[in-house]
Design a protein around this ligand. Structure first.
Ligand code: URA
Length: 429
């Protein structure tokens, strides 16, 4: 088989066979096809697309390019995935809730990059917390606690690592088949029986508008179900940050507050929806059980168990001062009165990154303690000089940079603006 023939076939709009897709994925994994030919093929796929059959084959081949985790000796295990947003800490609350309800979640999460945060970074703000458990340790925590979340292991879908790095530098990231196969290959390799996807949509998300988010969600749901994993998806709003805080330590504290029954309204609505759908995948119904395990403290107890099983110190749950130190607290105020009509959510995420709370490139180190408090929500009426954001930082110059970004984050209108719902749509089985 010749890679040149495969490139030409896709360039001319042809449909690739299973053998052809397997050939190029194996070549990418083993390094036997040079980057320039892989890049040319990626561009041909980007321009001419792949149908759902090609996309499903590509996903399976990428998943099988490395380790495939197997939880069959433990029982049913679920996973959830968010396509990335600002202030999205849903997993950290959903996992303990489900564990308290006897439903196991095994998740491998990414790190934050650019304006989006990463669950692994958030969890690593907990003193001692290890997100680099071995596969055996990971399985043991899933078995005994019911919830574990670790960084992606080295040999998880290695073909995706090669192809994603090339896409990043060849302008071929934004293609439905390539995004969906990249995300779903890692989900399939991570071994869960059922997956709930949270496809973010809006000014802080990869997908800026509803039709694009819906299309991506449908492709991923099809891939998951074609691969024999029960998969459903929500399309959720990312036109403003989720919850009250953006920043690693601050979001962990917000999760503890949510597990203590004091979560922000939109955030909690999303937590209930995702946890409820995960229960559905196991054939159970919510019936008030989610609220019960929050109110009786058993979900918070599971969170403590999870932290301890990962080597972390859970004492901050009783004294938030034990989590990160902040030297600068700066308020950003509204310069006019009116209704908050639009938020440039990406700017809020970038402001957190500038403070040191995120990365421009994956090798950057981050300051877990910094972040931003969101004082108002879209649709709120605000007065001149009312506080829009509180910046928590450790470096004057970085705080000034964040302040500049945040000053331009909101648009204010004289006419009332409706509050956007957090759940915009769902693709269910
Ligand atoms: N996240 C991924 O893992 N892959 C993509 O292609 C886009 C987002």
């Amino acid at each position: 088989m010749s890679i040149l023939d495969i490139i030409k076939k896709k360039r001319d709009g042809g449909k690739l066979t299973h053998e052809e897709i397997a050939f190029f994925v194996a070549g990418a994994t083993k390094g036997t096809i040079p980057d320039y030919q892989l890049s040319a093929l990626l561009m041909a796929i980007y321009l001419n697309g792949m149908d759902i059959e090609e996309t499903s084959i590509l996903t399976l081949e990428m998943a099988e390019s490395g380790d495939m985790l197997d939880f069959s000796d433990i029982g049913t295990v679920l996973d959830k995935h968010s396509t990335g947003g600002v202030g999205d800490k849903t997993t950290i609350v959903v996992g303990p809730i489900l564990a308290a309800l006897g439903v196991r979640t095994a998740k491998m999460s990414g790190r934050g990059l650019g304006h989006t945060g990463g669950t692994v970074d958030k969890l690593e703000s907990i003193p001692g917390f290890r997100s680099d458990l071995s596969e055996e340790e990971f399985k043991e925590v899933v078995r005994t606690v019911g919830f574990s979340d670790i960084g992606q292991t080295k040999n998880l879908a290695p073909a995706d690592k090669v192809l994603y790095a090339l896409r990043d530098v060849t302008g071929t990231v934004e293609n439905y088949s390539l995004i969906a196969s990249s995300i779903m290959s890692k989900k399939l390799a991570a071994g869960a029986d059922g997956i709930v996807l949270d496809v973010k949509c809006g000014s802080g998300a990869f997908m800026k508008d509803y039709p694009s988010a819906e299309k991506l969600a449908k492709v991923m749901v099809d891939i998951g179900n074609n691969a024999g994993r029960k998969t459903s998806a929500f399309i959720t709003d990312m036109n403003e940050p989720l919850g009250r805080f953006v920043g690693n330590c601050l979001e962990i504290i917000e999760c503890v507050e949510a597990l203590k029954g004091r979560g922000e309204e939109r955030f909690i609505k999303l937590v209930y929806a995702i946890a409820g759908e995960m229960l559905n995948l196991t054939g159970k119904k919510d019936d008030g059980m989610i609220e019960k395990v929050i109110n009786d403290g058993s979900a918070l107890m599971k969170f403590r168990e999870f932290i301890r099983a990962h080597g972390g110190d859970d004492s901050f749950i009783d004294d938030y001062n034990r989590l990160g130190k902040i030297v600068i607290k700066e308020e950003v105020k509204f310069n006019r009165a009116g209704y908050l009509s639009r938020c440039d959510t990406e700017k809020v995420g970038l402001a957190c990154m500038k403070l040191g709370g995120g990365r421009e490139k994956l090798s950057d180190t981050i300051d877990h303690s910094v972040g931003i408090e969101i004082k108002k929500k879209l649709g709120d009426f605000v007065e001149t000089d009312e506080t829009a954001f509180i910046i928590y930082g450790n470096d004057e110059a970085k705080v000034s940079e964040a302040e500049e970004l945040l000053k331009g984050a909101y648009e204010i209108s004289d006419t009332p603006t409706p509050k956007p719902d957090v759940i915009l749509g769902r693709i269910i089985l």
